[in-house]
Design a binder for this molecule. Structure first.
Ligand SMILES: NC(=O)c1ccc[n+]([C@@H]2O[C@H](COP(=O)([O-])OP(=O)(O)OC[C@H]3O[C@@H](n4cnc5c(N)ncnc54)[C@H](O)[C@@H]3O)[C@@H](O)[C@H]2O)c1
Length: 442
């Protein structure tokens, strides 16, 4: 089948590569010429495990092409995916300007029937707006060409995006009539072989399902983070509590890890956007607002622990392991590392940071500054550092040489925002260890 995808970011590029991998002819359209040039010359603009090889393979086979020419894209595909960003507006609601711009450009160039599939995360009612925006342009052109609008929210996780797309938990398809569901159903058949994962529903429910999923996951995290504060206050260990509650199958072990806050391009903006939609419809989002509030405070927890330990931070150097908002990605959008570094800089401290893949992204965000050194490896980050702070739970940080860390740090202190180690083990090594919701040792 011929497929066009508007937006070649984390979602668009993964969707394009995976749809090409199963034999479709995919054209990716983006407004960023540098991104398209890079993709056309064999490069890749983001880090996502396995994506590089998949893009190359399908590009070389001629099944995956890249362009900035919207007309070429509209001519190409029966399916027109919208996978552009929906960043938060000033009030937290989703900014739909990019989604609606794509809707208009599809209508501008359309000469035959198209299925417009919204894959961006968008508030309830957006499919109606997409339809209206496209219809307006078609009316202006004096054209009566038919099109359908489908909501097909994406549930992939950065860092495991290809696997999630190739073996989805569910494929949500929202349409305004069951007949329209059949076309996307056919497109998704290769990903739906083992058992039927396609969940067909009305468009509004599909749009809300995506927000509901992210809000639920964010709620679990904020719940555990609040509980970790209670654990610290009463002298309990949140890790024991986590295991104690996770063993209940009604609760489960997934997504109940306490830490230094959730980040990324999705949870923070989607929780805020859902709260905003809720307010627009006069439903008070008490829980959603609290989830965000707890998270905003949690992103400052490491800084407060560091400040409490050292007092004046002016002139200190902190080694930071992990900058990405989670492992296996270079994405630093809303990352906890950013809140921490910015607070440390305001307090006059310097940072020596190491991340396996996000250094380039950090440089893009912060440029060259005297108080930030982006280090080649985790060991180098410890050089002349007063203490170590762990912000992202990369696999390679799981069992470091604690004796070497102790030797290298000016003060033998670790602040762990992801509870990666056992306090007793660090105590044996003579390290002071601060974790989240656990008793401090050393
Ligand atoms: N990143 C994730 O893990 C994830 C997961 C599920 C859903 N989503 C949702 O998917 C959407 C896209 O997210 P992302 O992380 O891929 O964003 P992104 O910022 O990585 O990519 C968006 C791309 O769209 C391009 N673009 C903007 N306007 C365009 C236009 N008019 N025509 C063509 N291209 C245009 C931008 O240049 C950019 O390359 C968002 O709504 C997001 O909430 C993201």
């Amino acid at each position: 089948m011929n497929v066009t995808i508007f937006g070649s970011g984390y979602v668009g590029l993964v969707t394009g590569a995976c749809l090409a991998e199963v034999g479709n002819n995919v054209m990716c359209v983006d407004v960023d010429p540098a991104k398209i040039d890079l993709l056309n010359s064999g490069g890749i603009p983001i880090y996502e495990p396995g994506l590089d090889e998949m893009v190359q393979r399908n590009r070389e086979a001629g099944r995956l092409t890249f362009t900035i020419d919207a007309k070429e894209g509209v001519d190409h595909g029966l399916f027109q995916f919208i996978a552009v960003g929906t960043p938060p507006d000033e009030d937290g609601s989703a900014d739909l300007q990019y989604v609606l711009a794509v809707a208009r450009s599809i209508a501008e160039h359309m000469t035959e029937y198209k299925v417009v599939i919204d894959k961006s995360t968008v508030p309830v009612g957006t499919a109606d707006k997409v339809r209206e925006a496209a219809r307006e342009v078609l009316d202006k052109r004096g054209v009566t060409t038919e099109f359908d609008v489908v909501s097909n929210p994406e549930f992939l996780k950065e860092g495991a995006a290809i696997d999630d797309f190739m073996r989805p938990d569910r494929i949500v398809i929202g349409t305004d009539n069951p007949r329209t569901t059949e076309l996307p159903r056919a497109l998704y058949t290769p990903f739906n072989r083992n058992h039927d994962r396609l969940v067909a529903m009305d468009i509004h429910s599909a749009e809300l399902t995506k927000y509901a999923a992210n809000a639920m996951l964010a709620t679990k995290i904020s719940f555990m983070n609040e509980l970790s504060r209670i654990a610290e206050a009463v002298g309990a260990d949140i890790e024991h509590v986590r295991i104690g509650i996770g063993s209940d199958p009604r609760i489960g072990y997934h997504f109940i890890y306490p830490g230094c806050g959730y980040g990324g391009s999705c949870f923070p903006k989607d929780v805020k956007a859902l709260a905003q939609t809720s307010k627009q419809y006069n439903v008070d989002p008490v829980l959603l607002d609290a989830v965000e509030e707890v998270n905003a405070e949690q992103k400052e927890v490491l800084f407060h622990k560091i400040k409490k330990h050292f007092g004046d931070l002016n002139g200190l150097t902190l080694a930071i392991w992990g900058l990405a908002f989670k492992p296996n990605t270079d994405d630093m959008r809303e990352a906890s590392s950013r809140v921490l570094m910015e607070k440390l800089w305001d307090a006059g401290a310097k940072v020596r940071a190491y991340d396996p893949v996000a250094a380039e992204e950090a440089e893009r965000i912060y440029g060259n500054r005297d108080d930030l050194c982006l280090c080649e490896d985790s060991d180098d980050a410890l050089t002349d550092a007063d203490a170590l702070v762990i912000v992202t739970e990369w696999q390679q940080f799981r069992s470091p040489d604690f004796a070497a860390i102790k030797d290298k740090l000016k003060q033998p202190v670790i602040f762990d925002g992801r509870n990666m180690y056992e306090p007793e083990q660090l105590e044996e090594h003579g390290l002071t260890y601060y974790a989240i919701g656990r008793p401090t040792v050393g």
